[in-house]
Design a protein around this ligand. Structure first.
Ligand code: SF4
Ligand code: FES
Length: 238
């Protein structure tokens, strides 16, 4: 009979996992915490942020636990000096270019890994104008860590709406609608799933944002009423 499990050593303990399990699956099964940013259980893992890297058999490069499969008889360390140094540097680079003030999980990681907030003082900060183009939510891509979760959940991972994509390259990469049209002109159905998976303050319900701006209840009622009417007019005019 073909065995559907494999054995490996994780942080000194032998464990048995299903064939095809990722290193993150194995760690979760063993009750070991590995930090994640781009990974979310509702979206397909892409291995983008590299915060989840672990040391497998002391290999030349660290492996991203959210996408790398467990290998039989391997030895995995989820937190040693190499791993800590790598995670710390990733956090320091992120912090140098993105506004993480409303990303509590990432801030907690910064503290856990003793990340130096001033390590890259000359880094180019990503600058974006806040986008307020619909009655339901605002987009502040200065707080975006480009994890892709919103793009994926809007596409094949959940909603099949495809309202979001990426534009530009390198430092100027940003999430956007196709051709940068407004959200009310896009296929967006305002399901809110993108907001639900965003790990930062980049996507925010309009009412929450309005409260932060000091709007009164009446301001918000008027704003959402006008915006909904505008959204209906846009879709009627198609
Ligand atoms: S807006 Fe949020 S969910 Fe989308 S890529 Fe940026 S950080 Fe990730
Ligand atoms: S959480 Fe694994 S690469 Fe981002």
């Amino acid at each position: 009979m073909v065995k559907n499990t494999i054995k490996l050593t994780l942080n000194g303990d032998e464990i048995e996992v299903a064939k095809g399990a990722t290193l993150l699956d194995a760690a979760q099964q063993a009750g070991v915490d590995i930090p994640v940013i781009c990974y979310h259980e509702a979206t397909s893992p892409n291995g983008l942020c590299r915060i989840c890297v672990v040391d497998v058999d002391g290999g030349r490069v660290l492996q991203p636990a959210c996408v790398a499969e467990c290998q039989a008889d391997s030895t995995v360390e989820t937190r040693n000096d190499r791993v800590e140094r790598s995670r710390r540097t990733i956090l320091e680079m992120l912090n140098a270019s993105v506004n993480l003030s409303e990303a509590p999980d990432i801030q907690q990681m910064m503290a856990d890994y003793a990340a130096d907030e001033a390590r890259f003082p000359d880094a180019n900060v990503r600058e974006h104008t806040l986008i307020d183009d619909n009655p339901f939510y605002v987009r502040d891509y200065e707080q975006c860590v480009l994890c892709w979760r919103c793009v994926q959940v809007c596409a094949e991972d959940a909603q099949y709406t495809f309202a979001l994509t990426l534009k530009n390259r390198g430092h100027d990469t940003s999430v956007a609608t196709a051709f940068d049209i407004s959200m009310t002109e896009s296929p967006c159905v305002f399901c809110g799933q993108c907001i639900g998976v965003c790990p930062t303050g980049a996507l925010k319900p309009k009412l929450e944002w309005g409260l932060q701006q000091g709007w009164s209840a009446d301001d918000m009622w008027q704003m959402t009423r006008r915006g909904r009417k505008r959204g209906r007019e846009n879709s009627d005019g198609e």
